[in-house]
Design a protein around this ligand. Structure first.
Ligand SMILES: [Zn+2]
Length: 215
């Protein structure tokens, strides 16, 4: 899903050009960043289901970060923290709305692609998820990623070198998506996966922030 989330962050940049890409990519990845931190802290969990070899998808137990209520909470929280820590000096603005929507876009993508494992308001609540399947999920991912990159390259005033860095990041994320859609080897352990995922997400945030910096 990575390239799809990143694509959402790049699309958001077109709506809030003055918000840094590092911030928008963090917003797009926020649910997963908090999720993998919660996995490390044993609050949430990911496991390898019996049909992993066929579907290439892990099973997730994430009633806090990926419940609709949790996503709304993180979305409002991210917009609040951004405004509070400087932002544009206002709590209600187009920029805070874009940040909130970008956080929620992650839930929308996961709602399309995950099986019915996203709860509405927390543990034990009814769960939703359209489960469009690995191939359709990859298509959604690549379309969002491609659209985001095209919009970004068209609008960004950054030097060519730094725009190429963003393009390279999207290419790597797309290749990871294609690999993931065919990979039949389950991860060695949940903790390895959690730390590896956090490292990848952190790298994306840093690359986006550095490539899109003002000077
Ligand atoms: Zn997610």
């Amino acid at each position: 899903m990575l390239v799809g989330y990143l694509g959402a962050g790049l699309i958001a940049k077109a709506f809030a050009p003055r918000v840094g890409l590092g911030t928008l990519v963090t917003a797009a990845l926020l649910l997963d960043i908090v999720f993998w931190l919660f996995v490390v802290l044993h609050i949430e969990d990911a496991s390898v289901p019996g049909d992993f070899a066929a579907r290439h998808m892990l099973a997730f137990d994430f009633p806090w970060t990926h419940s609709l209520l949790g996503a709304l909470f993180l979305s409002a929280g991210a917009a609040f923290v951004w405004a509070w820590s400087g932002g544009e000096g206002r709590y209600v603005s187009a920029a805070t709305a874009v940040i909130a929507a970008t956080v929620l876009s992650h839930w929308a993508i996961d709602f399309l692609t995950h099986s019915a494992e996203l709860t509405i308001w927390g543990p034990g609540a009814p769960s939703v998820g359209l489960d469009i399947g690995p191939t359709a999920a990859l298509v959604v991912d690549l379309v969002l990623g491609g659209l985001g990159l095209a919009l970004y390259l068209r609008r960004s005033r950054a030097p060519t070198g730094r725009r190429l860095v963003i393009a390279a990041m999207m290419l790597v994320a797309a290749l990871l998506g294609v690999y993931g859609a065919h990979n039949t080897v389950p991860p060695a352990s949940t903790m390895t996966l959690a730390f590896g995922s956090l490292l990848v997400l952190f790298a994306c945030v840093v690359v986006a922030a550095v490539a899109d910096r003002e000077r």
